[in-house]
Design a binder for this molecule. Structure first.
Ligand SMILES: [Zn+2]
Ligand SMILES: [Zn+2]
Length: 250
């Protein structure tokens, strides 16, 4: 965002820290330091869940198909996943402020967090693809939060942002259990009209971007659609990792 515009926005809508409420900043330095970041070295490479201290030597997730309690060794349509932090304050509050509070400036804050964890993981030939919000959510909010997030990450990394997917209507994920979420998500994404018309060629490698990963069902469905269309490799990036049955969508 240009400096002048952000100054004007600060005057009209003064920000407050998502962690402690301190005025004049979206996230104060102390709250930024205290973000419950997930260490990629000990996280599950399949689903991005943080490694537990009892997970093995130095907290590393033990090798083997059933090592991770979160994904249970399940294979997803995405080849790997990485998440920046646990879905806890101040990250959870920043996500709510972005999605439900309409405070779009948090897209940049969250993208910076994503950029930290994606450094060295994203490759020069990756294209960033947002997981599109439902049409109902876009109507409600007036914008697509995942697109904002992806664009901010694209600006920070220099990687191209490509809108390859559109969301198909479905029932609300939050009312469903773990297994039902996967069933509900089947076929819930389709290729964007531009792609189908051949105007937007498919990249060979894609990093999907979303705000929260809970069961992996949403990113799995998005990755499945892209893989079926012929994309060679799809990986998943999410700002926050919500643990099992925490009650958030996707
Ligand atoms: Zn703070
Ligand atoms: Zn896992």
């Amino acid at each position: 965002m240009p400096g002048l515009l952000s100054c004007v926005l600060d005057l009209v809508f003064p920000p407050a820290c998502a962690g402690c409420g301190w005025p004049g900043t979206l996230l104060c330095e102390q709250c930024a330091r205290e973000i419950p970041r997930i260490d990629p070295a000990s996280a599950c490479p399949r689903c991005g869940a943080p490694g537990s201290p009892e997970g093995g030597a130095e907290g590393r997730v033990a090798e083997g198909p059933h090592a991770c309690a979160e994904c249970g060794g399940r294979l997803f349509a995405f080849a790997a996943a990485r998440c920046a932090a646990r879905l806890e304050p101040p990250v959870s509050r920043a996500i709510v402020a972005l999605k439900d509070g309409g405070e779009r400036r948090y897209a940049g804050v969250l993208a910076a967090l994503l950029g930290e964890v994606a450094d060295g993981w994203l490759r020069a030939d990756d294209a960033l693809v947002p997981v599109p919000a439902t049409p109902a959510a876009v109507r409600r909010r007036g914008f697509d939060h995942a697109l904002d997030l992806t664009r901010a990450l694209g600006a920070a990394t220099g990687l191209p942002v490509v809108r390859l997917l559109r969301s198909a209507p479905r029932s609300d994920q939050r009312a469903l259990g773990r297994g039902e979420r996967f069933a509900n998500r089947q076929g819930s994404f389709a290729l964007a009209p531009d792609v189908l018309a051949g105007r937007n060629p498919l990249p060979r490698r894609i990093a999907l971007v979303d705000d929260v990963l809970t069961t992996g069902a949403t990113l799995d469905a998005a990755a499945r659609t892209l893989r079926s269309a012929g994309v060679g490799e799809v990986r998943a990036l999410a700002v926050a990792r919500s643990m099992r049955d925490a009650g958030s969508p996707g």
